[in-house]
Design a protein around this ligand. Sequence first.
Ligand code: ATP
Length: 231
Amino acid sequence: MTDDVLIVEGLGKSHGPVTALADVDLRLAAGQRLALLGHNGAGKTTLIKLALGLIAPSAGRITVAGARPGSRAARAATAYLPEAVAFHASLTGREQLALFARLAGEPARAAGPLLERVGLAHAADRRIRTWSKGMRQRLGIAQAMLGRPRLALLDEPASGLDPVSRHDLYALIDEMAQEGTAVLIASHALTEVEARTDRIAILSGGRLVANDTLGGLRARAAMPIRLRLVA
Ligand code: ATP
């Protein structure tokens, strides 16, 4: 038995002659926060698409909550926050979240308490088009919290946020993990995620070149990795 929510074994994906992902092994347990780091083109989005079942692997295996990605069971277990969250800008925050609550099989009234929880109660009845980026990202996290997913896939969730908004956002991500959700955070900046995740996996050219705690990475002379990633 394992409580690993995400299991990736020998996973590969090629597009014709282009290898997007090769021979990746990865596990993510309930309540664990994993940073998936890499430059543009390293394969982060490919791994997320495979976990969502949007594309099929060329090699290896991936399971989400014991199910095949894209299956009804896997979809019910997974929340996905894209880098550019698409909102209905003419809806109010409450209307948007109520809509997603219904889609997640929860009552529309779940929106109110959740908006309060992510610090958006004051803006609940204002149209999203008037909201700041930080507020929108917090709404995205609220959406991802609906239905208590077993796995949350967050693609660059803090990109473009000021330090205070980023801090608030990661505090919410911590709460998700404390409630037992396995959280995968794709990012290109080690400095952004190093203090807020339990493990750090680094993709380079589609291959996993590290998968360790921050302490473990440092012990293996991680400084060159830091320089490469933030350059
Ligand atoms: P980004 O942060 O820019 O999204 P990434 O790390 O998510 O980068 P991927 O989008 O996973 O990278 O892409 C990995 C590699 O696979 C890149 O070289 C990309 O050009 C290639 N690739 C991805 N999708 C396709 C496709 N449909 N056809 C051809 N090549 C692709």
